[in-house]
Ligand binder design. Structure first.
Ligand SMILES: Cc1cc2nc3c(=O)[nH]c(=O)nc-3n(C[C@H](O)[C@H](O)[C@H](O)COP(=O)(O)OP(=O)(O)OC[C@H]3O[C@@H](n4cnc5c(N)ncnc54)[C@H](O)[C@@H]3O)c2cc1C
Length: 286
């Protein structure tokens, strides 16, 4: 949905409880984990939803607020187990302005990454996304993400193993980052996904970039290919739900990889069409 179509008329005040860097200082990319307290009974959220962040103006084009979306990274019970504290995972964005050729700071991401504990911000939502956890806990979840696309999967994993408990289907997380140290929530900075590795039904697979010093995308396809048999079994099982999350360009070769795993373009196209038709293929790409 276009950003202009979101209802931002009833914002909530959220207090920043903490802001923690998820990537080591010596790494160029800065991604932060922010915990926000939304002390309002009307703010009820579930895993897979997004919030909006309103950055007050004045802004270049005269808009009162700059509005951007962020995935909730905590389960429905929140970071505090009571639902009032949610987390988001934000990458500090920079881009080259096409007109001036200058390096510009992304407005919302820099605003959020600069916030300190005790500051307040205005948020909207929560908004539904295509990401929902099936009611049947024998379903399989194939979660494929890159960069900040890990956020909804952190929420999913917390939900199925802590809030619901005892998930019986397979949960497979394929996650890409430039280097091992940039594996969000799976590195020495913060490893809270690591604590699920002993769950019988959970497995995480990490894919790094073949050339980490360049802007090359992590090779998620290679990781999927290494587990081709299980991937195809999962994609052939009517109980499997597939989720893709993160920056769109991380997934540009995914169809090719899955067609190779399937054995032909035709077989993959047929399978993907079925997954889509059944509502078992969901994307949260930006
Ligand atoms: C449904 C949805 C969920 C999202 N969830 C998250 C999330 O959990 N965490 C998160 O950090 N972002 C997330 N985003 C992206 C986020 O909404 C913003 O687009 C991003 O933070 C840049 O906004 P900004 O105001 O800082 O930059 P702007 O001032 O709007 O500048 C945008 C520039 O940054 C580039 N850009 C936008 N997003 C990214 C990115 N993530 N990485 C690299 N370049 C980018 C754009 O191509 C453009 O050049 C999500 C987007 C959508 C649509």
């Amino acid at each position: 949905m276009e950003l202009g179509k979101y209802d931002i008329s009833n914002p909530y005040e959220a207090k920043v409880i903490s802001s923690e860097r998820l990537t080591p200082m010596e790494y160029e990319d800065e991604v932060r984990h922010l915990v926000l307290n939304v002390a309002h009974p009307g703010f009820i959220h579930t895993e897979g939803q997004n919030i909006g962040v309103l950055v007050p103006g004045p802004h270049k084009f005269g808009n009162e607020n700059h509005f951007r979306l962020y995935s909730i990274a905590s389960g429905r019970q929140g970071e505090d187990g009571k639902g009032a504290e949610i987390s988001i995972c934000v990458r500090r964005c920079f881009y080259i302005d096409e007109v001036s050729g200058e390096l510009e700071r992304g407005i919302a991401s820099n605003y959020l990454c600069d916030k300190k504990a005790g500051d307040t911000i205005k948020i909207t939502g929560p908004y539904n996304s295509a990401f929902t956890v099936p009611a049947d806990d024998t379903c399989n979840l194939l979660m494929i993400g890159a960069g900040t696309g890990i956020a909804p999967f952190r929420a999913f994993v917390k939900h199925i193993y802590e809030e619901r408990g005892g998930w019986k289907g397979k949960a497979r997380l394929y996650f890409g980052a430039r280097t091992g140290m940039e594996m969000l929530y799976m590195n020495k900075m913060k490893n809270d996904l690591g604590k699920y590795y002993d769950k019988e039904t959970f497995k995480a697979f990490e894919a790094v970039s073949p050339r980490p010093h360049t802007k090359d995308q992590p090779n998620i396809g290679k990781k999927l290919g290494e587990n081709a048999q299980e991937i195809w079994e999962m994609l052939s099982d009517p109980k499997t739900h597939v989720y893709l999350a993160g920056i769109e360009k991380s997934f540009e070769h995914l169809d090719r990889t899955l067609a190779t795993i399937a054995g032909s373009d035709a077989l993959w196209n047929e399978r993907k069409a079925q997954l889509r038709e059944d509502g078992r293929w969901s994307e949260l790409l930006y």
